[in-house]
Design a binder for this molecule. Structure first.
Ligand SMILES: C[S@@+](CC[C@H](N)C(=O)[O-])C[C@H]1O[C@@H](n2cnc3c(N)ncnc32)[C@H](O)[C@@H]1O
Length: 262
């Protein structure tokens, strides 16, 4: 954690409330916090993903990486160890498992991910239901290739993996998709880029869509992007979990911004 993140984490910690759902009046939010966020049920799919995690953790393979977007504070070279890409980029277990539970609970069918990397987060998006369709985009060809091989080896045929820049590939995906039920933005962590992806995907948001943004407190620019998104007139409910920011579009919900400890 850099200085900026330490400061923003302290602010988040002081603001965060509703630990495990106590004191939340909205039934929707109460259910989200007590039954989805803090659900401890262990799904078998988590074991499969953990095996893939171990393979990446101990891998001594190296690949040529093409740098896209703001990427990581740490990774700079072009030839990189897969294990180091995994350690620096892959979603942490607790957040991945939360995405899995969100998709399961809210029955998201059409899922779009920006930033496949080695495919760890994609697996949490794809495992809940084999008939869901996942569209995931990765700019770096060698990383994308590794992810695609991992999906194929596991027979994950519901993943449509695209290689290219987010802005270039999204219009292609939009031709196949009417409504994005679930969006996970985990790449190119810069203010303008994040807002651009939000605007593009918002055109495909439905009443029950859930958009999730990673690293919303990664930098001042990302915090500004997050504030703009959560205050957008189409967003009726937002949840700041520090690492992840969630926005909902349900017209029946009363406009509210939550900061929840997780
Ligand atoms: C943080 S990693 C994604 C990690 C992955 N979601 C996971 O949890 O396993 C971000 C990825 O987005 C890719 N990326 C960043 N900006 C991009 C862009 N503009 N177009 C395409 N890919 C991009 C990077 O190459 C990187 O692999």
């Amino acid at each position: 954690m850099g200085l900026f993140q330490v400061k923003s984490y302290i602010e988040y910690f002081l603001k965060a409330g509703h630990y495990k759902g106590h004191g939340i009046h909205s039934p929707f939010m109460y259910e989200l916090v007590s039954e989805v966020l803090w659900d401890k049920y262990h799904y078998y799919a988590f074991d499969d993903i953990n095996i893939y995690r171990s393979l990446l953790y101990y891998s001594d393979k190296e690949i040529e990486v093409t740098d896209y977007g703001a990427g990581s504070h740490k990774l700079k070279n072009t030839r990189r160890k897969v294990s180091s890409i995994y350690k620096n980029s892959a979603i942490k277990r607790k957040y991945g498992e939360f995405l899995f539970r969100l998709i399961t609970r809210y029955k998201s069918r059409t899922i779009v991910e920006l930033g496949t990397s080695l495919g760890v987060s994609t697996m949490y998006l794809a495992f809940p239901d084999k008939s869901n369709q996942i569209y995931t985009i990765e700019g770096c060809p060698e990383t994308a290739k590794m992810a695609r091989e991992a999906f194929e080896e596991r027979g994950m045929n519901n993943i449509n993996a695209f290689t290219g820049k987010f802005v270039d590939v999204l219009p292609e995906i939009f031709k196949k998709v009417d409504v994005i039920d679930f969006l996970f933005v985990d790449g190119h962590h810069e203010k303008d880029a994040t807002l651009e992806y939000y605007e593009m995907c918002k055109a495909k948001a439905g009443n029950n869509s859930i958009f999730v943004f990673d690293d919303i407190h990664w930098s001042k620019g990302m915090e500004e992007a997050w504030e703009e998104i959560r205050n957008d007139e189409y967003v009726t409910l937002s949840v700041d979990l520090y690492q992840l920011g969630l926005v909902f579009f349900c017209k029946e919900c009363r406009k509210q911004n939550y900061t929840i400890f997780f």
